[in-house]
Design a protein around this ligand. Structure first.
Ligand code: AMP
Ligand code: MG
Length: 340
């Protein structure tokens, strides 16, 4: 009886609103944001949705979120929240917002996990090398040693109750270049998911994360891993459903002073470039994790890097040596992502 009543109600509703009863299953559309400038590199978002308008709105909101993060976490912008920390945190504890506090706390975890190979207090050394690069003159050894002594995540004091940051040593400076991109990608993905998209991908400078339905009705999200030796050659095709991938290395971002090649990644122990690996690709559930660990493994080198990644659940690595003849080294679970 109840069923009959329900059936009649259903019919009546059909007569009033035939469209609602015969929903045309719409194929999801993929909207491509194209490349835009952000965080000193480019961003591209793919949004998969039932309707174009929803996808457009979601892309707009995700781009706004990223600009917002950039405004707070850039160390190039003297007015950013991070710059305020760098200018004043030795004098007094500086209050920061939840997002920045979250990134700083996560960075501390990656420092501990990598035994200091990843260290956002690398700022003074990075600044020294940035200047050297601009001037074309290597920093003198004394300056390097002075900068190195200012580095040490143990001297970064985070107060979780008051959400403040304090430096225990004078001259300290934070640099989020090894982690902020990943964080921004994760936040943008969250915005796309909250907007009700069926799927999406956010790519900032080649680091990316994707979720849900793949673009253009493909069976999977597929990502090409570029050969460090040749921009046009794809070394591996990776199946990347609901995963993030980040690559660190000196193959595109390096500079030469006095005939010596320098990477933008610095070993906190020596205050000099990390040299051994030309490219490290990490696959992880979050872009922030992939980003920080890619930088960490670039510093640690092959042996220690593989050991670290093998201990972290759900995280895999592909390593390429500077000496190409050594080929690719990968963690035990990395093969599951390869689709050639
Ligand atoms: P990525 O491309 O993610 O490996 O990040 C490289 C950037 O991270 C550099 O340009 C620096 O801003 C910063 N950085 C360099 N060395 C380190 C390090 N040992 N730990 C954390 N961040 C670093
Ligand atoms: Mg990184």
């Amino acid at each position: 009886m109840r069923q009959t009543t329900a059936f009649h109600l259903f019919l009546a509703f059909c007569l009033i609103s035939p469209v609602a009863c015969k929903p045309k299953p719409q194929a999801p559309v993929t909207v491509d944001s194209g490349y835009r400038q952000v965080m000193g590199t480019v961003i591209r978002i793919l949004a998969v949705a039932e309707d174009r308008n929803r996808a457009d709105q979601a892309i707009k909101a995700a781009l706004n979120e990223i600009s917002d993060i950039e405004r707070r976490m850039s160390d190039y912008d003297p007015a950013s929240m991070l710059s305020t920390v760098n200018q004043k945190a030795f004098e007094t504890p500086i209050p920061v917002d939840d997002q920045l506090f979250q990134v700083l706390s996560a960075a501390m975890e990656y420092s501990r996990a990598s035994d200091g190979a990843f260290d956002i207090t690398i700022g003074p050394v990075v600044q020294l090398w940035r200047k050297a690069r601009a001037d074309g003159i290597a920093p003198n050894p004394e300056a390097i040693q002075t900068a190195r002594r200012r580095v040490g995540y143990q001297n970064l004091i985070l107060d979780a109750d008051n959400k403040t940051v304090k430096f225990a040593k004078e001259g300290m400076a934070l640099d989020l270049g090894g982690i902020a991109k990943g964080y921004a990608i994760d936040r943008a993905i969250e915005v796309l998911q909250d907007a009700g998209l069926a799927g999406g991908m956010v790519d900032i400078g080649g680091d990316l994360r994707c979720f849900g339905k793949p673009a253009n009705h493909a069976a999977h999200w597929m990502i090409g891993l570029q050969d460090p030796a040749s921009e046009k050659k794809i070394l591996l095709k990776l199946k990347m459903d609901d995963r993030a991938v980040a690559t660190s290395g000196d193959y595109r971002r390096f500079f030469i002073i006095d005939g010596q090649k320098h990477s933008h990644i610095v070993d906190p122990a020596t205050a000099d470039s990390a040299q051994e690996l030309s490219s490290v690709t990490i696959i992880a559930p979050t872009a922030m994790g992939a980003d920080a660990l890619a930088t960490a493994v670039s510093v640690l080198g092959k042996e220690k890097g593989i050991v670290l990644i093998e201990t972290i659940e759900d995280v895999e690595a592909f390593l390429l040596n500077t000496n190409q003849t050594n080929g690719i080294t990968k963690t035990t679970g990395a093969g599951q992502y390869i689709r050639n």
